[in-house]
Write a protein that binds this ligand. Structure first.
Ligand SMILES: Cc1cc2nc3c(=O)[nH]c(=O)nc-3n(C[C@H](O)[C@H](O)[C@H](O)COP(=O)(O)OP(=O)(O)OC[C@H]3O[C@@H](n4cnc5c(N)ncnc54)[C@H](O)[C@@H]3O)c2cc1C
Length: 399
């Protein structure tokens, strides 16, 4: 067993949430250790749709606060990470057979612009069928209009690495291939154990942050003792929903297309990705988290069918890559599509050493979530709650 080290905060999980939380605590001069079981951003945070957006479709489920918050974060990220986050035109075609007609799309984009503060990035335009020259081979049959608006795209793995790099430059320690095993209360601290390179290691922390994404519940169960800690005993109730993407050897030049699946009317994105195109996503309920999830044959078929309904048909042979990630959603009966994308924090920062569990959330809102975790825990750590700000820290791509 290695020597024991004392930290203010130990964060379990090296996805975007762990990285953002490490950054805000490190910037505020606290001693931070982040433990990642595999490698940084190897799980959900490299398997998303890579959009930094308010989420136009969340207006349908009235998640107005979330949309507003994410649009504010989008603007911050465009400013502090211009090499990593960039605006992209989005196109929404409206057909005779579309569920969401011109009125709905126009109203939605107006509300989106209002929630975004009506800045210059929020202007949208409607092309009549006759003005649309069908770039990228978008189907014209039945087309009524095409709406264009702007949102942002990133490389999620690169963004996560950049945020973590910022944390490290402010003094955070990061351990990869380090699996958190369990933690117990030792006076005013946690004593926690993790396994790295086959050896069990131990350290102490005043605050433990569970940012293990799909593993949030499993990790919470390893933090003892639940009975003595009322809030921590309320373990996160989540459901896990896989989303798949396929990458195809075809160029999409204009921007991102927001199309409606002919099977179940869900929104699906067709996105330029380098010289290729990324198509996603799906919703498949899972019983338990898995590392490196893979798309099911049915998910690939769903995405191909959707693309082929609107564009020059593709065959399986044009798929050059595919990947899947796992969403953490509230456990509810409604369809995954309509469930809240809010980040829930379950915290106990009043009984001895503190613990915060991060459940769900968006890549886009990581900075906001990290600031919320900081504000919750700052009094426990005797840190200044006012000095949180990471919205002015420039993020640079990491080689
Ligand atoms: C298909 C899909 C599309 C999405 N698209 C978007 C989008 O376009 N825009 C957007 O804003 N959001 C999007 N999201 C949401 C976003 O990707 C997630 O909210 C975000 O990546 C979650 O990050 P995380 O840090 O919580 O989890 P993760 O990235 O999964 O990180 C958790 C980490 O914890 C580690 N871990 C687990 N157990 C242990 C342990 N015992 N010890 C040490 N480490 C451990 C894991 O290895 C993992 O690396 C999407 C999500 C999915 C699934």
């Amino acid at each position: 067993m290695s020597t024991t080290t004392d930290y203010d905060v130990v964060i379990i999980g090296g996805g975007i949430h762990g990285a953002g939380i490490a950054q805000v605590f490190a910037v505020n001069r606290l001693r931070v250790l982040l433990l990642e079981h595999y490698t940084v951003a190897s799980q959900t945070s490299s398997r998303s749709s890579k959009l930094i957006h308010g989420g136009l479709r969340y207006l349908e489920s009235f998640q107005l606060r979330l949309v507003k918050e994410c649009l504010r974060e989008r603007e911050i990220l465009l400013r502090i990470a211009p090499e990593l986050v960039h605006l992209v035109p989005f196109y929404i075609p409206v057909y005779d057979f579309s569920t969401r007609g011109s009125l709905t799309i126009g109203a939605g984009l107006t509300l989106y612009a209002l929630l975004g503060g009506l800045g210059r990035h929020f202007r949208f335009r409607r092309y009549r069928r006759t003005d649309w020259t069908a770039p990228d081979g978008l189907r014209r049959e039945g087309l009524r209009a095409v709406y264009r608006y702007f949102d942002a795209q990133t490389d999620d793995r690169q963004l996560t690495r950049a945020v973590l790099h910022s944390a490290v430059t402010h003094g955070a320690d990061v351990e990869e291939h380090a699996e958190f095993l369990h933690a117990g209360v030792a006076g005013k601290s946690w004593r926690l154990y993790y396994r790295q390179a086959g050896r069990e290691q131990s350290c102490r922390a005043r605050l433990l942050v569970n940012a293990t994404g799909p593993w949030v519940r499993q990790t919470a169960l390893k933090i003892a003792p639940e009975a003595a800690r009322p809030a921590a005993a309320v373990l996160p109730q989540v459901s896990l929903v896989q989303g798949a993407h396929i990458e195809v050897d075809r160029v999409t030049e204009q921007g991102i297309y927001y199309i409606e699946s002919p099977r179940d009317r869900r929104a699906v994105f067709v996105m330029p990705w380098g010289a290729r195109t990324l198509i996603g996503t799906t919703e498949t309920e899972l019983q338990a988290p898995v590392a490196d999830p893979v798309p099911l044959a049915a998910e690939i078929d769903y995405l191909l069918h959707c693309y082929n309904h609107y564009f020059e048909p593709l065959t399986q042979t044009e798929i050059v890559n595919s990947f899947a990630g796992i969403r953490v959603l509230p456990k509810e009966k409604s369809s995954a599509f309509h469930r809240s994308r809010d980040t829930r924090l379950i915290a106990d920062t009043h009984h001895g050493p503190g613990v915060v569990h991060v459940c769900g959330g968006k890549l886009t809102a990581y900075r906001h979530t990290a600031a919320r975790v900081y504000r919750l825990a700052a009094p426990l750590l005797g840190a200044g709650a006012g000095s949180v700000d990471t919205s002015r820290l420039r993020l640079q791509p990491v080689e």
